[in-house]
Design a protein around this ligand. Structure first.
Ligand code: SF4
Length: 369
């Protein structure tokens, strides 16, 4: 039987094909939509959605405001707006937000939706139908090995490793709660793969005031988040690049790119970055400034490049001297954040010992980034 999501399910899971059809319809008429008051309201809600996505703490509202159709339009507009901003990290934040939101509904809907409560197991059928819509073969308690391997590749937790799984005739056994996690990952991948959209410049111009505001808010937040620069918290790959520079080694293009985008993201200004390259044997101040400004989006182009994730660093041979913390992150900036946070906790310990107070250890949900 063909699965037809209800209006509410479409609003909760706008990644579904039905919602994408909706996006196509809207995209053709987007310019005229944005000109009318309704379009303005939807654009404001789309900007709010991105703002929520970039906030450090995410709170999902179980009640979707307005109609399901509006909700899907807001989802689509937020993706269009993020494409106009065209910042890779912001796009990553938005796709993670959307997949976390879908996960929230998957996990919680069971508890507050009376319809699903009436018949035990109904929710499982929704989950399986969603998986089918999203192109993964998942049943009550297993999925094909080939699908599983592809899906868990970016996940770092040990329990997802094949050596820790029970295999049976080409399938991998999975628990109910893991099914939701795997669906979340699938949604994240699908959403990330499609972005950025190629948006006509006339539409980006119309969205520009909100997009500029969001970009500024995101940059301010990044600076706040990373705070004071602490070199001891740099990941091993970045240490290796700085050590190579200090030893007078010429960095490869990928090395310069990785280092520049990293130290720019944590708040070092363009001139200080260029100075760091001063020890390079082929140092050329003007050329270095030009390259740095180009990468950091200050040199005429508005594109600000993002720091490559660990997977990309590995591909270019820059993932060096991995340590235990590297096992828990998939981005050099996540490494830096976690290490700073842990150093801060360590520094606080003597005070806590002194007061004899024991504090509960909370796992930060952002750690797996
Ligand atoms: S795993 Fe990531 S953070 Fe660690 S060294 Fe490799 S690229 Fe750097």
């Amino acid at each position: 039987m063909v699965y037809v999501p209800s209006a509410k399910e479409s609003a909760h899971f706008p990644v579904l094909k039905r919602a994408q059809d909706h996006v196509r319809i809207r995209f053709t008429a987007l310019e005229s939509l944005l000109k009318d008051p309704k379009g303005e309201i939807l654009a404001a809600r789309a900007a709010d959605r991105i703002q929520e996505a970039i906030s450090p703490r995410k709170v999902f509202n179980p009640t979707v405001p307005g109609s399901a159709e509006d909700e899907i339009a807001v989802y689509a507009l937020s993706r269009i707006m993020a494409s106009c901003i065209n910042d890779r990290q912001l796009i990553d934040r938005l796709t993670r937000y959307e997949s976390d939101r879908a996960y929230y509904f998957l996990v919680n809907e069971e508890e507050w939706n009376q319809n699903y409560k009436q018949e035990d197991g109904e929710y499982s059928r929704l989950c399986i139908a969603l998986a089918g819509e999203l192109g993964i073969r998942i049943t009550q308690d297993r999925m094909p090995l080939v699908d599983y391997v592809e899906l868990v590749a970016p996940l770092h937790e040990d329990r997802f490793r094949l050596v820790n799984r029970r295999l049976d005739k080409g399938s991998v056994e999975i628990r109910k709660d893991e099914r939701y996690e795997l669906l979340r990952e699938r949604i994240r991948l699908l959403l990330r793969r499609d972005l950025p959209h190629k948006v006509p410049s006339s539409i980006c111009e119309r969205l520009a005031p909100r997009a500029t505001q969001l970009k500024r808010a995101y940059q301010d937040q990044m600076v706040q988040q990373f705070g004071e620069i602490q070199e001891h918290a740099f990941p091993p790959c970045i240490h290796a690049l700085i050590t190579a520079l200090a030893a007078g080694t010429n960095l490869t293009h990928a090395g310069r790119f990785g280092l520049t985008t990293f130290i720019h993201a944590i708040g070092m200004d363009t001139r200080a970055i260029a100075e760091l390259y001063g020890r390079s044997p082929d140092f050329d101040a003007e050329k270095t400034m030009y390259q740095v400004e180009h990468i950091t989006g200050r040199g005429g182009s508005s594109t600000e490049y993002s720091t490559p994730a660990c997977a990309a660093m590995r591909t270019t041979g820059l993932c060096l001297n991995r340590d235990a913390l590297c096992e828990r992150v998939n981005h050099p900036l996540s490494y830096y954040k976690v290490k700073k946070r842990e150093a801060k906790k360590e520094a606080r310990k003597p005070e806590e010992k002194g007061s004899g107070e024991k504090r509960p250890v909370k796992k930060n949900p952002e750690e797996r980034t």
